[in-house]
Ligand binder design. Sequence first.
Ligand SMILES: Nc1ncnc2c1ncn2[C@@H]1O[C@H](COP(=O)(O)OP(=O)(O)O)[C@@H](O)[C@H]1O
Ligand SMILES: [Mg+2]
Length: 265
Amino acid sequence: MSETTAAAPAEPAAPPPAIQLTPPPESAIVKGHHVLSVESVDLHYGAAQALRKVSISAESGKITCLLGRNGVGKSSLLRAIVGIQPISGGQIVWEGEALGTLPPHARAHRGIGYVPQGREIFPLLSVRENLETGYATTKRADRDVPDYVFDLFPVLKSMLRRRGGDLSGGQQQQLAIGRALVTRPRLLVLDEPTEGIQPSIIKDIGRAIVFLKEKLNMAVLLVEQYLDFARELADTVAIMDRGKVVFSGPAADLDRDDVRRHLTV
Ligand SMILES: Nc1ncnc2c1ncn2[C@@H]1O[C@H](COP(=O)(O)OP(=O)(O)O)[C@@H](O)[C@H]1O
Ligand SMILES: [Mg+2]
């Protein structure tokens, strides 16, 4: 869905969120600790190979940006990490343990939060109900919506009873991120959160991601095509081309010509 959908209600001008510093959920993980290692992963769709020996990692308190043109395998990699798509080689290690064939809900329960490309919110459920779907993989004691979700995205609080499908594209993206945060992730995986979103909401989403990294020490793995957004946020970048990682390194290297070459059509 795009911002230009006729039925979408106007976005109210969002006041800058007065963010309450709620203490980190439970993790006291040291900054820079590798929570996720993707090691030499292959992935096939039938005979077609979508990932070839892909290795990347994510660290708590850091933002890793995964860049690359359309169709190079970014979403496939994220789906492999969250357990939706089986891998055919290599391994995915989470907090020191190979995940093997662990199903998606078990990975969510262990702390991997996922915001899929295209949001995939439930259009007929209310905003509140959409958020509560996150409870399925949340420990009983944690079954509430953390305050910081509404601090980051106040529009969700004012629209709790609205149907998900009645929200604008940008509001749906905020809802999808909120839903993932309800599961108290230690790694948040986001697939093109700025796709088709208006600039003011892109700013809010950027601010939210920085908050998660800096205040909650979360690891963030962000797939992006919007280079400026990635450059502003990323600590490290990985660039994929035709199923392979062709560059990985510090975000400062993004401006190198040889690196940019992989991103231009
Ligand atoms: N469910 C699927 N079945 C078959 N092929 C797929 C499927 N999903 C993606 N692909 C193919 O895998 C390749 C990588 O796709 P994808 O991971 O969506 O790339 P990206 O997210 O970088 O645009 C593409 O060639 C795409 O057509
Ligand atoms: Mg994709």
